[in-house]
Design a protein around this ligand. Structure first.
Ligand code: 2NL
Length: 349
């Protein structure tokens, strides 16, 4: 049990410690530091000196304990005073130097990523036309990503999609088409949907490739749907996105899941179809924007939709690729570097 004297001594030391804290905060100049040093450490009447003198009143057993307490306080006083001296040496702005008419510092607010903003513009146009938005898993089975879409096992067309496999059966989806398959399995036509989302390919990053990027696909299934609907809808979509005056052309193509298939090109915005050496369109004057086609009857059979009764059309496009074209972004990796100087350019609206 510590003696009542030791307890009182400890309380006294705690009081001095609190006093030291309070006084240090208000010291404004070196004179203030000297005053404080004298009051605590002066050899004649300093608080610490007086406390040391009291040690002689303690029993031999408690003397070292009490001695340690005073010594700790002494070290603390020295450290605190050095800290105050350091603070005084750091120049602070004087009242006159603070310009109260300057605007305050704004906290940065979060904002949507440029690719999300562009995705939203695409979504808005299709929503207005009565389409719904669907999504689905990014880890898919071989069946949903390839087989249901009319790529038989070992089909060489699978090489076109440099697939990231998880094991023999699971993979990272290479397009959003598996979501359309899942929707057609579950829902009876009429179907009018778009599926925006992340897709993955085994790519080494370069100015036009990254291993994860964004795609939007669309699907319409109903009775009496024709190529004219595909053409009219996609042309309207591109004119809403890029302006009424742009030129659009359809050109035959091939996809395993559509027949017939068409690629849709748009006039080159970079050169206005005028530069034979244009880096964006290679001088052709046309830029490939999306792929499309009438849904292959075999795909309908795979999801138990009767191709004699129903027909449909579908399209797919790369969101990153089209955003690069729309905003003249030279390198797809710009979208994934999180450089705010780049991202902020898209938040001017
Ligand atoms: C492209 C081309 C395309 C589709 C995607 C599709 C989906 C189903 C059935 C039929 Cl479930 N077609 N999707 C059709 C044609 C083209 O994408 O160049 N994408 C970036």
């Amino acid at each position: 049990m510590p003696s009542p004297d030791l307890l009182k001594f400890r309380t006294a030391i705690d009081t001095f410690r609190a006093k030291l804290e309070d006084e240090c905060v208000v010291v404004r100049d070196s004179q203030g530091v000297e005053d404080l040093r004298n009051r605590f450490l002066s050899r004649k009447r300093g608080f610490v000196t007086l406390l040391f003198e009291e040690l002689k009143n303690f029993e031999t057993g408690e003397k070292p304990v009490a001695g340690q307490l005073v010594n700790d306080l002494k070290v603390e006083v020295q450290e605190k005073l050095s800290a105050v001296e350091k603070r005084l040496k750091t120049p602070a702005k004087t009242r006159a130097e603070i310009d109260l008419t300057l605007p305050g510092e704004r906290r940065p607010w979060g904002a949507a990523h440029p690719l999300r903003l562009f995705q939203r513009e695409i979504e808005t146009i299709f929503l207005e036309m009565g389409f719904g938005i669907e999504d689905g898993p990014e880890i898919e089975t071989d069946y949903y990503n390839f087989e249901a879409l009319n790529f038989p096992p070992q089909h060489p067309a699978r090489d076109d999609w440099d697939t990231l496999y998880i094991n023999d059966d699971l993979l990272l989806r290479t397009h959003t088409s598996p979501v359309q398959i899942r929707v057609m399995e579950k829902c009876k036509p009429p179907i009018r949907i778009i599926i925006p989302g992340k897709v993955y390919r085994r790519e080494t990053p370069d100015p036009t490739h990254v291993p994860m990027f964004f795609q939007v696909e669309g699907l319409v299934v109903d009775k009496g749907v024709t190529f004219a609907h595909l053409k009219g809808t996609l042309e309207y979509f591109l004119k809403r996105l890029f302006g009424d005056k742009i030129k659009v052309r359809f050109r035959p193509s091939f996809f395993p899941f559509t027949e017939p298939s068409a690629e849709v090109d748009m006039e080159c915005l970079a050169c206005g179809q005028k530069d034979p050496a244009c880096r964006v369109c290679g001088g052709s004057g046309w830029k490939e924007i999306l792929g499309s086609g009438l849904v292959d009857p075999q795909v309908f059979k795979n999801v138990n939709i009767d191709p004699e009764l129903y027909s449909g059309w579908a399209f797919g496009m790369g969101i990153d690729r089209i955003a690069m074209f729309a905003f003249a972004v030279p390198d797809i990796r710009n979208f994934y570097e999180n450089d705010l100087r780049f991202n902020r350019q898209f938040h001017l609206k």
